[in-house]
Design a protein around this ligand. Sequence first.
Ligand code: SF4
Length: 91
Amino acid sequence: MTVRTQPTRTDELTLVDLLPVSDSREWHRAACRGDPNHEAWFPYPSQDFEYAREICAGCPIRTACGEFASGTGQSGVWGGHEFDRGRVIRE
Ligand code: SF4
């Protein structure tokens, strides 16, 4: 018998947990890994994204992350920039 439990707050996925772990961009090194402030990575147009941008500034895979977002049509903050379906909308 399999017993399923409700996910706890620590079980919640963060942005980088959604990325393909087999990808060669070394996502395990992502500075945002485990970040609990999920909303900061998908800001409203009227909201700044300084919080996410500062974390990205110290990320060792920043360039690859931005290229991934551009090449795969991502939205949200990637590589220190905000994307909308793969297009940079805020630097
Ligand atoms: S550049 Fe930013 S969004 Fe991309 S993996 Fe690093 S911290 Fe996360």
